[in-house]
Design a protein around this ligand. Structure first.
Ligand code: C5P
Length: 232
């Protein structure tokens, strides 16, 4: 898979999601299904969106004991999604087990990427709540290296970290980056943002874009603008 724009389908119901996806009559965009939609509609939403011809990043961020994660990943793998994820803080062992669970009998599997530190975690909360005293940038890179060691395909990270992740883990190690905004757009609750063109320059492999597309009065044009800036 090459560079692509992934639309974060943060909708509360299947109905709202289909209404949105129906607007895309030419190209079927790569979509991200997160916890809200998955918990509301269950695995059927994944099957239906797949049937409509979309690639799917199932963003459920698993984190549990290795055996439970392994078995859960096997279920997600059967759903035929393209990308799954988990928390790197679950340890290298958990990530290895996840990969085992995800791998189908024929050896194929969805891509597996790790969340390093959530962008909602800052230095202060990491030190105070998690008792991790290292610099947050170092923690992110350490987790990325762990993910690579476990055999994963990449990480979810801020576009500002994508360059450093590639420097440390190689250019083939995928960086999937949310926090993308148009130069003339609202940044909303995202703090550290980049435009699609900047994310391309810094070497992101996939950008995850939600509200700049989903809340736009013309989502198809907003999506095409992202693709033009990031991919073409
Ligand atoms: O609407 P917006 O473009 O901010 O959506 C970004 C998407 O990426 C949301 O689904 C959000 O949950 C997700 N995300 C994020 N920051 C992270 C990880 C995921 O914004 N660190």
């Amino acid at each position: 898979m090459g560079k692509d724009v992934i639309i974060a389908c943060d909708f509360e119901s299947a109905e709202k999601t289909y209404e949105f996806l129906d607007k895309f009559t030419d190209k079927k965009p790569f979509v991200k299904i997160g916890m809200e939609l998955f918990y509301a509609e269950g695995p059927e939403i994944v099957r239906q969106i797949k049937k409509r011809g979309h690639k799917i990043f199932l963003d459920l961020k698993l984190h549990d004991i290795p055996n439970t994660v392994k078995k859960s990943m096997a279920v997600l793998s059967n759903l035929d999604v393209d990308i799954c994820n988990l928390h790197a803080s679950g340890t290298v062992n958990m990530m290895k087990s996840a990969l085992e669970g995800l791998t189908r009998k024929d050896g194929s599997r969805p891509l597996l990427i790790a969340v390093t530190q959530l962008t909602s975690t800052d230095q202060e909360s990491m030190e105070k709540d998690l008792l991790i005293k290292e610099k947050i940038e170092d923690v992110v890179i350490h987790y990325a290296k762990n993910a690579k060691l476990a055999g994963l395909d990449g990480v979810v990270c801020s576009p500002l970290e994508a360059g450093k992740v590639h420097e440390n883990c190689g250019n083939d190690f995928l960086t999937v980056t949310p926090g993308v905004r148009f130069a003339d757009g609202d940044i909303g609750d995202q703090k550290r943002v980049m435009t699609p063109a900047e994310a391309k320059k810094i070497g992101s492999d996939y950008i995850v874009v939600g509200r700049p597309i989903t809340a736009s009065s013309d989502p198809v044009s907003a999506y095409n603008r992202c693709v033009n800036e990031f991919v073409d």
